[in-house]
Design a protein. Structure first.
Length: 417
């Protein structure tokens, strides 16, 4: 097979990429999806809160997926379900298997949009045996929303990210007793709206600076031990408290599904995805990334926007309408910033502004986001506060960087007092 643009994954990022690549003039677009439906993780997120900026409407996950899939299908692209990609090489050949067998495909551009995976009990070295009743939030969501099965009657949630918060509400609405949510950080890792709507509205307690220090039970979970932690996240002795429960739901983080690019030794960004430029292209020409495979997003709207950008530049590259220039500016996360994208700028296409996405390391009060080019401040944005749980998006006028080279460092300086 030969295609202009190959896309791995048919979640929001893959669908938006396919839509945009076709709109931009790619003659052939092939999407490989290892599952059997379009929309990815959106299909199990039956709550509302999707699409507020992309569609200017509040939709549920499946509604967002259906709308985006319809728009992409109308543009026309080839699709293989049950297709798992096995390899990618620098000479632009991919191999995959589906129910018809093994295939090889040559492409001009590829977009990695394979989403993310959940950290498991092993990944956080949860003490105790791997017994029934300990499951990830995504698994619990699948049990409930796909199969109509309640994962437990007395549930406890570890991790206050959005998935954990949403599951606290969902389990409560389905008749389970949610005894609490424990969070190892001194602040919640979820969106503020989710803390109010999913915990406060149902009087579910949130235990900050707390973790699970033991799990009890032989075949099935019977209880957990909670302990307080200090600033270094070490357990403080004599703070233990036992909670009887039959399900422990782990909402302890997502990791970009980036192994295929790791095999090509594509440099990583600070969020464990791949380093990309302002057009979502990695350091390997013609290799792009978008969505949770690039960095984990809170909002699908940003995922879809990234897919639109990746699709557009992948199509232009495939059509020989875009030849990337050399890297002009390296972008670095400075003080207070945990990660920042893009990782470098080519500045080869003049636009009104450049978008930067970042998260802060800690809860920050009023201060200023500083953009320093080769040590000199070129742009400042005052912010009332910033939270690590919320991804920030800021635009910087292109004119400030036009024709420049060197290192751009972005940092957050908290205002005194
Ligand atoms: C529980 C939960 C609640 C959320 N709540 C909100 C909300 O309220 N509002 C909001 O805006 N956003 C929310 N989000 C975020 C948003 O929905 C996601 O960030 C977004 O949908 C991710 O899209 P994606 O395409 O990057 O990844 P995914 O949706 O994960 O899609 C990746 C696709 O790639 C496929 N794939 C993986 N590996 C391979 C392979 N090797 N070969 C072929 N295919 C492969 C997968 O099967 C999948 O279909 C939520 C997310 C979750 C998990």
């Amino acid at each position: 097979m030969k295609v202009d643009v190959l896309i791995v994954g048919a979640g929001a990022a893959g669908l938006a990429s396919a839509y945009s690549a076709k709109k931009e003039g790619a003659k052939s677009v092939l999407v490989l999806e290892k599952g059997d439906s379009l929309g990815g993780i959106l299909n199990q997120c039956i709550h509302s809160g999707f699409g507020l900026s992309f569609y200017k409407e509040e939709l549920t996950g499946p509604e967002f997926a259906e709308r985006l899939a319809k728009e992409a299908l109308e543009e026309g692209f080839d699709l293989r379900f049950g297709a798992s990609i096995l390899s990618l090489t620098k000479d632009k050949t991919a191999t995959f298997i589906d129910k018809e067998g093994f295939h090889e495909v040559q492409f001009k551009s590829v977009i990695l949009a394979a989403g993310s995976y959940e950290r498991s009990a092993g990944a956080i070295a949860l003490p105790g045996a791997r017994i029934a009743g300990v499951l990830t939030a995504g698994q619990a969501q699948q049990y409930l929303n796909y199969y109509g099965l309640l994962p437990g009657k007395r549930c406890f949630i570890l991790g206050s990210g959005d998935i954990g918060l949403i599951m606290a509400r969902r389990l409560t609405l389905e008749g389970a007793k949610v005894l609490g949510v424990a969070e190892i950080c001194p602040y919640s890792n979820g969106l503020r709206r989710n803390i109010v709507q999913c915990l406060d509205d149902f009087s579910i307690p949130l235990y900050l600076s707390t973790t699970v220090s033991k799990v009890f039970g032989t075949n099935r979970l019977e209880g957990i031990e909670l302990s307080k932690v200090n600033e270094k996240k070490e357990i403080i002795p004599n703070t233990e408290k036992v909670v009887e429960c039959d399900a422990l739901i782990l909402s302890v983080g997502l990791i970009p599904n980036n192994q295929l690019y790791d095999l090509l030794q594509i440099r990583r960004n600070g969020a464990r995805g791949s380093a990309v430029d302002e057009h979502n292209m990695t350091e390997l020409e013609g290799f792009f990334a978008a969505g949770n495979a690039l960095h984990v997003h809170d909002l699908v709207d940003h995922v879809a926007e990234e897919g639109i950008s990746a699709g557009k530049w992948a199509a232009r590259y495939a059509n020989n309408e875009y030849l990337p220039s050399k890297k002009k500016i390296e972008v670095r996360a400075g003080e207070g910033i945990s990660y920042l994208l893009p990782s470098y700028l080519r500045l080869d296409q003049e636009e009104e502004s450049l978008s930067f996405l970042f998260r802060v390391k800690n809860v920050e009060g009023a201060g200023t986001v500083l953009y320093r080019l080769n040590g000199e401040i070129i742009h400042k944005v005052n912010r009332p506060f910033l939270l690590p749980s919320e991804m920030e998006k800021e635009k910087v006028p292109f004119s400030l960087l036009k024709g420049k080279e060197g290192v751009l460092e972005v940092s957050y300086q908290r205002r005194e007092g």
